[in-house]
Design a protein around this ligand. Structure first.
Ligand code: PLP
Length: 427
């Protein structure tokens, strides 16, 4: 039976992320989402294993977050941020400064993770111009990284993932080191960072910043690596006079078992990006935080201001719900919740490792990954999950779970059992 949502129109006219319009994967019409349940228009209920790509840590339709939006709507949905300010932005900036390491004191709000990465890159470039070293304008990063789909962000993504290879010749000059090779718990070996060290030794005079996803590389392969890498990376950046940018857009707000993944290493970057779970997945908002020395240097030289200014900067609705989301997270025992999810992922996914078609099973915090030896047939596997009442969206060789933190043990069982069943069929 055809529902209210015109999927034929959708198919003919609307692009979905990384989805072919000629030979489209199925898109499932959603009627509503509440708690950890996504309800399709035909009434099927799916346990959400994705948190809408790292974002919906509190699940959907949360009364506290709903209230934050409606209360803010009553006073102001948006005003320009040029020459005006408002309580939601001031409150949220204070919370972010409080939650992140002490040196990060200046907050730039933007409207998506990719744009917050653009902002971080521009800050690094403008910093070196202001410092009189405008030759430092290359970005050094590591293979398997992903930082977004805008041009600056694409320039620091691994071209070998294939996501941006069409644009390679048009991007900013790229400089890549090998991806961190040491697993999260593996004994640290200095060789793991040798290639990056070598690139810094060779190119530091032209390098403005190193940008990296701390501890977890997300869309570039769902890889986890040792916090020691970050400790050594900080030392190298200091030694060679290069800024360090952490992209915590995916990892921020508890996902890896720490509020921010950098806490696994106790390392402080010069610039840091957050997004996704910042608003509990309610609205599109991101932020770039800069250390005082970065902001002060930018301000000290002509033109004395940072050259960026989005129309929807610090949108009050988004800032209000982000504030409420942070308060909600801090009011709950989220560390215990994430630890419980980690245990359930370990118990539920580790049996997958006995299949010959499985390359690796790994879990960190509320992230569980089954890496297969071959790419999956995405449409078939996704449909398999839907039929089992689970919303899981594999990509490439990866089937992964990152559920909302409010998920119950029985809902975790639905997710992990569905993954085991899928793996049994295809691996
Ligand atoms: N950085 C990381 C680590 C991400 O995982 C993503 C999105 O997946 C981005 C940046 C881009 O964020 P957005 O999709 O909000 O532009």
């Amino acid at each position: 039976m055809k529902g209210h949502i015109d999927t034929d129109f959708d198919r003919g006219h609307i692009w979905h992320p990384y989805t072919s319009m000629r030979d489209p994967l199925p898109v499932y019409p959603v009627a509503r989402a509440s708690g950890v349940t996504i309800e399709l228009e035909d009434g099927r209920k799916l346990v959400d294993g994705m948190s809408s790509w790292w974002a919906a840590v509190h699940g959907y339709n949360h009364p506290v977050l709903n209230h934050a939006v409606t209360r803010q709507l009553d006073s102001m949905s948006h005003v320009m941020f040029g020459g005006l300010t408002h309580e939601p932005a001031v409150k949220l900036a204070g919370q972010l400064i409080e939650l992140t390491p002490e040196p990060l004191q200046k907050v730039f709000f933007s409207d998506s993770g990719s744009v917050s990465v653009e902002v971080a890159i521009k800050m690094a470039l403008q910093y070196w111009q202001a410092a009189g070293l405008s030759r430092k304008r290359r970005l050094l990063t590591v293979r398997s990284g992903y930082h977004g789909d805008t041009f600056g962000a694409m320039s620091v993504c691994d071209p070998d993932t294939g996501m941006h290879s069409l644009f390679t010749g048009m991007l900013a000059e790229q400089l890549f080191a090998e991806a961190p090779q040491c697993g999260f718990d593996a004994a640290w070996n200095e060789n793991g960072i040798e290639d990056l060290h070598q690139k810094l030794r060779q190119h530091h005079e032209a390098v403005a910043a190193v940008i990296i996803e701390p501890v977890v590389q997300g869309a570039g392969g769902m890889r986890f690596y040792s916090p020691h890498y970050l400790i050594r990376l900080r030392e190298l950046c200091d030694e060679y006079g290069v800024l360090l940018i952490f992209d915590e857009i995916a990892t921020g707000f508890g996902r890896t078992g720490k509020m921010f993944a950098l806490e696994h290493a106790g390392v402080v970057p010069d610039i840091m990006c957050v997004g996704k779970a910042l608003t509990g997945g309610y609205m599109t908002l991101a932020a770039t935080l800069a250390a005082d020395h970065v902001a002060d240097t930018i301000s000290s030289a002509e033109p004395g201001l940072f050259m960026h200014g989005p129309t929807f900067m610090a949108n009050p609705l988004a800032c209000s719900v982000a504030s409420a989301s942070i308060d909600l997270l801090c009011s709950r025992d989220w560390e215990q919740e994430v630890q419980d999810i980690q245990g359930a992922l370990q118990d539920g996914l580790s049996p997958c490792s006995r299949f010959s078609g499985v390359h690796d099973v790994r879990v960190l915090g509320a992230i569980g990954v089954v890496e297969l030896c071959q790419p999956v047939d995405m449409a078939a596997v996704q449909n398999f999950f839907v039929e089992r009442g689970a919303w899981v969206r594999p990509f490439g060789r990866l089937i992964y779970l990152m559920p909302p933190f409010i998920i119950s043990p029985s809902e975790m069982v639905i997710l992990t059992r569905a993954v085991r069943d899928a793996v049994r069929l295809i691996a």
